[in-house]
Ligand binder design. Structure first.
Ligand code: GLU
Length: 604
């Protein structure tokens, strides 16, 4: 193996081997209804794939993990994974590989993430043993007000009336996050990390089956903006799977970023073009050049909770991911699910109501901590969680679920949130040769974001992750729009540690369903010892706002009568997660990719 970026493979291998709202039920229904059916067929779309990609796809289809010793990467598209794998193979770090993966994802999976969006990153540093989190979330413009998503009478706008156009666009964070991660943890030269994406953008890539299906399903909204329509609906017709797509504008943008770094994006003509597109749209936004100049990536303390012999570390506010996943684990811990069957209705009663309790707190208390006082410690306080867990001791589903009253040092008065998050987004998990681990969830929010395309990439609609309502009966909502604030997220990039070393790197897209997808896949792996591929493939069961969601057309629907007998209302839904995970064992690395999407894991 060639190690172009650093010194000894042996030293690195040793490093690795020692690692051994709540929205209302009505809102939830609206969410379920609005999700376009877009299940991917994976293997067919990549018929001409390289041998290593074909092997990885075959492993995924057989339900077995990809196994490796030195490094591993799992993400949502084979071309992006290969770009990252090539960097890792040459001795690049997980941060280097992420830059390459993200830049290719922005091309081949443009509906989910890219330069026009935001991301959260969790990093485990092998040398120091520390976990660091970076917040590259989009921010609201300085001119935004709490009524941004209300009509003249103060009534909240309909979801897609808010989403499509300039109004929903926040200052993108992903380009600066890529650069900061590289500055902190990169080994390879920055500029070279964009080579693969530039080459693919110039020479073309085949549109995947999933991308084509999603374009066809969203054609009316994509047609509203001329630049967006020209790219996704050439000649007025949706791009077909397998069509070779070129994106010269994106190649040009990447070249500027490669040469000039984030300044190329945050000051100068790229920012000007974004601001112009947002302000001149028929549904205009208030983003300005000053907002770009003021954008910062923020380092935040990770949110870590102990669970049995493990420590589960994730992203704190403005994401609700780490806290809500953490609360779920603390609420189920007294019930020893490891000692119960993973198919038992009683197991899922406990998990489902734990998730409901956690979601009630999420809807009341969680938002951008730089803007609203949040009971961060109180929400994870052992005595508080023991009181909440005691609610699960009965035999039936909880009849009512309300937020608790976590300890706080001054009075807290918030009303419940009604933000609606629909799934798009992407997740990247990487372990490099030095044993560093990276877990990053990256998004432009809704599929195709605001549907505004500038310079070859789509602009986010992340501001619709704020609550459209600012108050309820005169009481303010923590996650209301405010100038410069970051909308609450559900993204839950996670690294699980044991004895201070990472054992699982995981995350998923899925809007507010992310929290349940991630919690459950962790449970499948840690408590029931499923291999990582089985853990991701296992049919979903989830509860956010009351109805118990079971993944339709899977074996898990057999639980329906039993859950109903326990008092739950059951909803059968398409549950389009996109989990990507790496299990770090004593004897090597095991990678898994969600069979519901097109991704793979590759390692060596
Ligand atoms: N915008 C959502 C969030 O930040 C993610 C959307 C998705 O996963 O599709 O939580």
């Amino acid at each position: 193996m060639q190690l172009r970026y650093q010194a000894g493979r042996a030293a690195l291998a040793v490093g690795l081997l020692v690692c051994g709202a709540s929205i209302t039920p009505a809102g939830a229904q609206q969410e379920a209804d609005a999700i376009a059916p877009e299940q991917a067929t994976t293997t067919g779309a990549f018929a001409t794939a390289s041998p290593r990609v074909s092997e990885a796809l075959a492993a995924k289809a057989r339900g077995v993990p990809v196994v490796a010793r030195d490094w591993m990467i799992a993400a949502a598209h084979p071309l992006a994974v290969e770009a990252g794998a090539d960097i890792l193979q040459k001795g690049g770090s997980a941060a280097d590989a992420m830059v390459a993966v993200q830049s290719v994802l922005g091309l081949v999976e443009p509906q989910s993430s890219g330069l026009g969006g935001g991301a959260f990153l969790v990093w485990y540093d092998a040398a120091s043993g520390e976990v660091t989190t970076l917040d590259g979330r989009e921010t609201a413009p300085a001119a935004a007000t709490p009524t941004l998503f209300q009509d003249g009478q103060g009534t909240p706008l309909k979801f897609f009336d808010a989403v499509v156009g300039g109004r929903s666009v926040g200052v993108p964070g992903t380009p600066m996050l890529m650069h900061q991660a590289h500055q902190r943890w990169g080994r390879a030269p920055w500029a070279g990390l964009f080579d693969r994406a530039i080459e693919l953008a110039e020479n073309g890539f085949p549109a995947s089956a999933r991308l084509a299906a999603m374009i066809a399903g969203d054609a009316e909204r994509l047609a509203r903006n001329p630049a967006t329509a020209a790219y996704f609906l050439p000649g007025g017709a949706p791009l077909q799977a397998g069509t070779l797509v070129k994106n010269a504008g994106y190649a040009e943008t990447l070249r500027s970023l490669a040469v000039r770094g984030p300044e190329a994006f945050y000051s100068g003509s790229i920012a000007t073009d974004i601001v112009t597109a947002v302000q001149s749209d028929a549904n205009p936004g208030v983003l300005s050049m000053q907002d770009f100049a003021g954008y910062r990536v923020k380092q935040r303390p990770p949110v870590c909770v102990s669970y049995r012999i493990y420590e589960i570390c994730g992203m704190g506010p403005p994401s609700s991911g780490g806290l809500t996943v953490g609360q779920i684990f603390k609420l189920i811990e007294p019930f020893n699910l490891a000692g119960r069957s993973p198919d038992d209705a009683e197991t899922w009663r406990i998990f489902g109501d734990a998730a409901r309790l956690a979601f009630a707190d999420r809807g009341r208390y969680m938002a951008d901590i730089d803007f609203v006082p949040m009971p961060l410690k109180g929400l994870l306080d052992p005595d508080y969680l023991a009181t909440r867990a005691a609610l699960l001791a009965g035999e039936k589903a909880l009849e009512t679920v309300a937020p608790g009253q976590p300890a706080f040092d001054h009075a807290l008065l918030y009303a419940d949130d009604d933000a609606l998050e629909l799934p798009s987004t992407s997740h990247i998990s990487i372990v490099d040769q030095a044993g560093n681990a990276l877990s990053m969830t990256t998004t432009i929010e809704n599929a195709f974001g605001s549907r505004l395309m500038v310079r070859g990439f789509l602009l986010n609609n992340e501001l619709t992750d704020f609550s459209f309502r600012s108050h309820r009966d005169g009481v303010p909502i923590a996650n209301r729009v405010e100038p410069g604030k970051r909308p609450r997220s559900s993204m839950a990039p996670t690294i699980v540690l044991r004895d201070g070393r990472p054992v699982l790197v995981i995350g998923s897209p899925g809007g507010s369903a992310i929290i349940g997808y991630v919690a459950q896949a962790i449970l499948n792996t840690l408590d029931w010892n499923m291999n990582v591929q089985q853990a991701l493939a296992r049919p979903h069961r989830n509860n956010r706002f009351g109805p118990f969601e079971l993944e339709k057309d899977t074996a898990v629907v057999a639980l329906q009568p039993q859950l109903e007998a326990l008092g739950f209302t059951v909803a059968l839904r398409e549950m389009n997660s996109g989990l990507h995970a790496i299990r770090i064992g004593e004897d090597g690395l095991y990678g898994g990719a969600d069979p519901r999407r097109e991704g793979i894991a590759l390692g060596e």
